[in-house]
Design a protein around this ligand. Sequence first.
Ligand code: SF4
Length: 335
Amino acid sequence: MRPVTYLLADDVEGAVRTVTADPDTHFLAGGTTEVDLLRQNVLTPHRLVDINRLPLTGIEALPDGGVRIGALARMSEVAEDRGVRERFPMISRALELGASAQLRHMASMGGNMMQKVRCGYYRDGESPCNKRLPGSGCAALTGVSRTHAVLGTSEHCIATHPSDVAVPLVALDARIHTRIHTRTGDGERDHAIGDFFLEPGDTPDREHPLAHGELITAIEVPGLPIARRSLYLKVRDRESYEFALVSVAAAVDMVDGVIGDVRLALGGVGTRPWRAIRAEEFLIGAPAIPENFEQAARIELSDARTTAMNAFKPELARRTLVRALETLTRDGSQR
Ligand code: SF4
């Protein structure tokens, strides 16, 4: 048995300083990832700083129509928040579909951004895995890879990013606010979510641009009218408590049958929550017809790299993206 020291933090600055000072000290929020991986000896901190008492739980409407979500707000609280449901249905739905009810009550929003991949080789603590042990290899490349990524992969890692709610947050250009302690003092940082999730490249062990000890304090979603008519569509092997094979976060603004603006992101297929920029660029200004939806999906997925086991994913992603766009642009659903 490995002893772990437990500290209960009373203030944000103190928590950040304590973790920053020691590479073997981790934050503990809902614990729905950290405790699993502790038990499996995948993460081996010698000290945990419990941050659950910190005042980071608020869900606050912003003057521009956006929302600021405290890092310790629970997934279930955000999913049920009336403002989030009305103004950002894609966020609310992604949270509802994101985990079991028990997990949604425990898991924090900040923790969701930091959750680890679900690749079985990472989690077994023994197989070659460049993410867990850099330079050891990637067992998934020749092993079981049905749920693995087809976009943003590298020869060193093909693990899929597991978050549901990160997918609409990426589509809506959310920002991640953090608190950091450096040699020059305490400060705050602000990360565009598009830069927050790193592709594996040559360094799959590096998943975020955060320094050790840098703490997520809030997630801010800008007020975007387009988000009021949005959806999150998730395709998975079973109807509950399962990760996405493919998911789509979509919002469309259409006038007289022509797409004026569109936001699209994919989950379950990328090594990061995948903003479908190329599909968006193709669709803006185009008639909202199935042929254009098909073409947009094909363009976005043209760089997909598959294994023998996940070769079905690009086609499934294409169909899911088209279905999301058809649903949002059906007669009467747009101005
Ligand atoms: Fe590890 Fe990534 Fe390979 Fe999975 S896909 S075994 S997480 S390197």
